[in-house]
Design a protein around this ligand. Structure first.
Ligand SMILES: Cc1cc2nc3c(=O)[nH]c(=O)nc-3n(C[C@H](O)[C@H](O)[C@H](O)COP(=O)(O)O)c2cc1C
Length: 213
């Protein structure tokens, strides 16, 4: 049997000059794979910025649960502040910071709800306790005591003793479809690299620009 030839990776996939990359999703995939190896905790954590009805920005961390050329997906409670803000203004910005790699990725664009089938499939992959937690949390509303929350967890644990836990109707995901993605790599003496990819809408191709750091 002959040995398979080694795969030739472009240098930006192997940590070389990422500024050669011609297309941001593959570059993101390469950086994310490296972040999963380098960051001990939550390499999938990203800051999600939205705006409220007065145009006041709001930002919080969420976890990236999937991405492809359509965009970047996270899940949440549909009664939460972020969900209300996205209903009013379906646009968002996301930022990743991977300290161990000294890299930042920023992006922004329009937001759409994921399909019920996609949300069901992801919900089914969560641990049973996380599924019960989703039922028990009225996220971002006032909770009178920790005990009240624990009682709600116990109530839903008893309710769903047998069989699969269905996805709550008030829990689903959103996909951010970026029209801008910027990659930032720290370099010596603050002479960092910054490469921005832009497109006018998700159906058009990307333009790449290098920016002063
Ligand atoms: C590392 C990290 C990951 C988080 N991931 C999520 C998430 O995936 N979905 C979510 O709804 N909240 C997540 N949270 C909690 C949110 O930051 C936030 O507190 C919560 O969603 C309420 O936000 P809102 O009131 O703006 O809707 C996470 C928090 C941290 C610190």
């Amino acid at each position: 049997m002959t040995e398979a030839a080694p795969i030739e990776h472009p240098s930006w996939l192997t940590g070389g000059d990422f500024t050669e990359a011609g297309e941001p999703f593959r570059l993101f995939a390469a950086w994310f794979a490296e972040a999963k190896r380098a960051e001990p905790v939550n390499p999938d954590a990203m800051a999600l910025a939205t705006v409220d009805a007065d145009g006041l920005p709001n930002v919080r961390m969420v976890l990236l649960k999937g991405f492809d050329e359509r965009g970047f997906v996270f899940y949440t409670n549909l009664g939460s502040v972020k969900a209300h803000e996205l209903d009013g203004a379906p646009k968002a910005a996301l930022t990743f910071y991977w300290k161990a790699l000294q890299r930042q990725v920023r992006m922004r664009g329009s937001v759409e709800a994921v399909s019920a089938e996609e949300a069901d499939a992801y919900f089914a992959s969560r641990s049973r306790m996380a599924q019960i937690g989703a039922w028990a949390s009225k996220q971002s509303t006032v909770l009178e005591s920790r005990m009240a929350f624990e009682k709600a967890v116990a109530r839903f644990t008893a309710k769903f003793t047998i069989g699969a836990v269905p996805r709550p109707p008030f829990w689903s995901g959103y996909r951010v479809a970026p029209t801008e993605i910027e990659f930032w790599q720290e370099r010596l003496y603050r002479l960092h690299d910054r490469i921005t990819f832009r497109r006018s809408d998700p159906a058009t191709s990307w333009t790449k620009t290098r920016l002063y750091p």
